[in-house]
Design a protein around this ligand. Structure first.
Ligand SMILES: Nc1ncnc2c1ncn2[C@@H]1O[C@H](COP(=O)(O)OP(=O)(O)OP(=O)(O)O)[C@@H](O)[C@H]1O
Ligand SMILES: [Mg+2]
Length: 349
């Protein structure tokens, strides 16, 4: 276990600044997930922590020791990539033990650590197979096993599950959670998948253009997003954003009053999560069904509101609607979010 601290970390490639001025402290045994749009600098930051990329400025500390000038092998870090990068001609046992053999670790110690990793990941029956004889999920487990045998202080994962099919992703997500509960290592995990972020993370760091937008527990980010960007990024389907107006502390969509006691004046954006809408004849939002998607247990209705704006509601699977149907939805004003035109969330007190 170890703490990980980033202090004023910057990275530029030529004239292009990719990481702005990163401050982050990861606790002992914490699992921190980085999310953010493509190109916002997540992999670059992970590679800097691992020592695969130099820093333009700033410092990285592990357990209070500055490590950003140390070679990768001295940092106590193991990284798992999206591409498993296994050695094709070595079998599973050979792949698992390779880095230890390279580091001239004792053979009995290598066997011991390889067997422990194989037990944890359920690889014992596959030890003699070559990577081409393994499924995607099995290969990914070998890649994780290679990281485990090194007994790192910090694990770094860069989208380790994105090459897997949906069912396997769900399975491996649970496996990674179990692994973390068992090893209790400090982990930094990059993903595009916001379900992975919500379910795995002790804390989520939301990035945008090389800076941190917000850091918090999954539920803090879900319930109290600092701004419209975070609000739209966390939650699936994404939060609906509607143009609204605030007058005398009351937010309205046209003639429909929605939230009270909002400290703003003029145009605002109203944020409503699809799961906070319900079918209610006396509800505030009237419209016409454009698309109805039935997923079995739940359904998504895409509504064109009377004022021309659109929104999506998540309903339970009992509902059936057709395009063109009239639909009235209700929302609890307490669950609405209000954002100013700069995108900052305004508290409703
Ligand atoms: N070696 C490099 N030289 C120049 N620019 C680079 C280099 N590596 C990365 N970049 C740029 O830095 C930015 C951040 O890249 P990075 O790979 O960290 O993004 P990311 O957040 O991991 O994206 P994704 O979600 O698509 O993996 C991108 O604009 C990328 O083009
Ligand atoms: Mg990346």
């Amino acid at each position: 276990m170890a703490t990980l601290e980033l202090k004023s970390v910057k990275k530029a490639f030529g004239d292009t600044t990719v990481i702005q001025n990163m401050e982050l402290a990861v606790e002992h045994g914490e699992l921190v997930v980085f999310v953010g749009p493509s190109g916002c600098g997540k992999s670059t930051l992970l590679r800097m922590i691992a020592g695969l990329e130099t820093l333009t400025a700033g410092e990285i500390h592990i357990d209070g020791q500055r490590i950003d000038h140390q070679p990768p092998s001295n940092r106590g870090i193991a990284m798992v990539f999206q591409s498993y990068a296994l050695y094709p001609h070595k079998d599973v046992r050979g792949n698992l033990g390779f880095s230890l053999k390279h580091a001239k670790v004792d053979k009995s110690e290598i066997d011991k650590r390889v067997n422990i990793a194989a037990d944890i990941l359920g690889l014992q029956d596959l030890m003699g197979r070559k990577p081409r004889e393994l499924s995607g999920g099995q290969r990914q487990r070998v890649a994780i096993g290679r990281a485990i045998v090194r007994e790192p202080q910090v694990f770094l994962f860069d989208e380790p599950l994105s090459n897997l099919d949906a069912a396997l992703r769900v399975h491996m997500r649970v496996e990674i959670l179990k692994l973390h509960q068992r090893l209790k290592n400090t982990m930094v995990y990059v993903t595009h998948d916001q379900v992975e972020a919500m379910t795995l993370a002790d804390r989520i760091v939301v990035f945008r253009d090389g800076s941190v937008e917000q850091v918090g527990t999954p539920l803090e980010l879900y319930r109290e997003p600092a701004n419209r960007f975070v609000a739209g990024f966390i939650g699936s389907p994404a939060m609906n954003f509607l143009e609204a107006a605030c007058q005398s502390e009351q937010v309205s969509l046209g003639a429909t009053h929605l939230c009270k006691r909002v400290h703003a004046d003029g145009d605002v954006t109203l944020g409503i999560r699809p799961e906070h809408l319900r079918v209610d004849e006396r509800g505030q939002l009237r419209g016409e069904v454009q698309v109805f998607e039935h997923l079995g247990g739940e359904a998504f209705v895409h509504l064109l509101l009377e004022d021309g704006q659109q929104l999506v509601a998540r309903l339970d699977g009992e509902h059936h609607m057709r395009p063109g149907d009239r639909c009235v939805l209700g929302v609890d004003p307490q669950k609405c979010h209000v954002f100013d035109l700069a995108g900052l969330r305004i508290g409703n007190v």
